[in-house]
Ligand binder design. Structure first.
Ligand code: SAH
Length: 233
């Protein structure tokens, strides 16, 4: 059927109220078709994914793709992860309402926002200072008051706020940074993509037990490398 005007599916061209409604509908579809359909069943995680406005963490030019099944550029050569990966890592972390969680690789701030509603406090470190500042401002603007962002090298963790119930690393180190293991509580969980080569990383779920670190490979993934200094600086 041909329609003229008034039926433009491009959210960016709609009036503000209608634009938000279109984003909400796209988000509901994302949760159903990309996340729940692929086996992520934790109700709390699905609800967080359904609530957080992913489009608010994406540069305006790419917002029409905010709820599509792929990563998107956020500037400074970095990306916001694919929604399914965010949901998968969040579910694997098994977040509890009282938890204090450390994230390495704030990027856009989206993953931190998803965690914000699921746990007590989120501490997030980003090595590219302008990204850290932008994410911090976006998280504040959108009301995610329990997230703290710091510009710095995640290899060192956040010693003053340690120990953490859970740690999520969203960039890929060659080996799990020892400081992060140290800053994990006994019984704590860490989800981390390990491996330096693009296409040859594995997402590991680690658990700190009295007998040592339990390690389980859960998914092959592709993340940007965890660096020790911002590119080009
Ligand atoms: N979690 C983000 C996506 C992460 S992209 C989101 O929800 O949007 C990976 C991020 O890790 C990039 O922004 C990159 O700059 C950052 N990064 C890379 N090495 C790092 C390090 N050593 N410490 C902290 N952040 C790092």
């Amino acid at each position: 059927m041909l329609t003229f005007g008034g039926c433009d599916p491009e959210p960016a061209r709609l009036a503000p109220g209608a634009e938000e409604a279109a984003f909400a509908a796209a988000r509901a579809r994302m949760v159903k078709e990309q996340i729940a359909a692929r086996g992520i069943t934790k109700a709390r995680v699905l609800s967080a994914m359904a609530q957080v406005p992913r489009h608010e963490f994406i540069p305006k030019a790419a917002r029409a793709q905010a709820y599509e099944d792929w990563p998107l550029p956020i500037g400074h050569g970095q990306t916001i992860s694919q929604p399914y990966i965010v949901a998968f890592m969040t579910a694997a972390l098994d977040p509890e309402p009282g938890d204090r969680v450390l994230e390495i690789g704030t990027g856009s701030g989206y993953q931190a926002a998803v965690l914000s509603g699921l746990v007590a406090e989120v501490f997030s470190i980003e090595i590219v200072a302008p990204l850290a500042r932008r994410a911090e401002a976006d998280l504040q603007r959108l009301g995610y008051g329990n997230v703290r962002v710091r510009a710095g090298d995640g290899h060192l963790g956040w010693p003053e706020a340690a120990p953490f119930d859970a740690i999520i690393v969203t960039c890929a180190p060659e080996q799990v940074p020892p400081a992060l293991v140290d800053q994990l509580k006994a019984g704590g969980r860490m989800i981390v993509p390990v491996g330096s080569t693009w296409g040859a990383q594995e997402l590991y779920l680690l658990r700190k037990t009295p007998g040592g670190l339990e390690r389980q490979a859960v998914l092959p993934v592709r993340f940007v490398p965890m660096v020790t200094a911002p590119k080009g600086k």
